[in-house]
Design a protein around this ligand. Structure first.
Ligand code: NYM
Length: 210
């Protein structure tokens, strides 16, 4: 008889402050995973095409659109719940799933507005837990003045600083891997991102215990 073992895929979340090159690095990681023979699927949050995602898109792009901070927060969370079964299914099929933003953005952006951190976290409890969360960050605050800020809601330097503080509260989690982008080019950051992934998958195999 022959036996076929199917292991579940790896769940990777890429998080970062706005304008840290998150989208560029996500694309790079996906290409590299594919080259490595992985069957990769990208899910970007907010997923703006679903029913809830459409409201979120309007909220983000139209500053005259009125929504309380609490309602907005719950919509972002609900948007993740819309996709949660799909994530489990993809992982079960052995796919590597890359999430461009996830729970951590949800909590960081809303608690930066003044909502309680634990309140923000609660609606996301029970969502699939990433094997690794790669967090792209700046050391230097002056990067918040980078060109391109200010197009969408939240893209204000002062607010970004508050978001950064909230993101840091996750740094104690064992799946949390920070990557500093200051002074590094796309290739260099890409190497660091890849190392986060390979370290995490080694860890998932489990260390040899004596
Ligand atoms: N954002 C994103 C939140 O405020 N809460 C969330 O749960 C998520 C997933 O949406 N400024 C914010 C962060 C971003 C904005 O994301 C749009 P992106 O990656 O720029 O499309």
């Amino acid at each position: 008889a022959s036996y076929f073992f199917m292991t579940r895929g790896t769940l990777i979340a890429i998080e970062g402050l706005d304008r840290t090159g998150k989208t560029t690095q996500t694309t790079k990681l996906i290409n590299r995973l594919a080259q490595d023979g992985k069957d990769v699927e990208l899910i970007k949050f907010p997923e703006r095409t679903t029913a809830i995602g459409k409201i979120i898109n309007t909220y983000l792009t139209d500053k005259t659109f009125q929504l309380s901070d609490e309602s907005a927060h719950l919509l972002f969370s609900a948007n993740r719940w819309e996709l949660s079964q799909k994530i489990y299914d993809l992982l079960d099929q052995g796919k590597t799933v890359v999430l461009d933003r996830y729970v951590y953005s949800g909590v960081a952006y809303s608690s930066a507005k003044g909502l309680l951190f634990d309140w923000c976290y609660s609606p996301d409890i029970g969502l699939p837990r990433p094997d690794v969360v790669i967090f792209l960050k700046f050391k230097e605050e002056e990067n918040f003045e980078r060109e391109g800020f200010g197009d969408e809601r939240y893209e204000v330097a002062e607010f970004q600083q508050k978001v950064k503080i909230q993101f840091e509260k996750f740094s104690g989690q064992d799946n949390w891997k920070p990557v500093f982008v200051d002074g590094k080019n796309i290739e260099e950051v890409g190497e660091l991102v890849w190392k986060c992934y390979t370290d995490a998958t080694k860890q998932a195999l489990g260390p040899v215990q004596n």
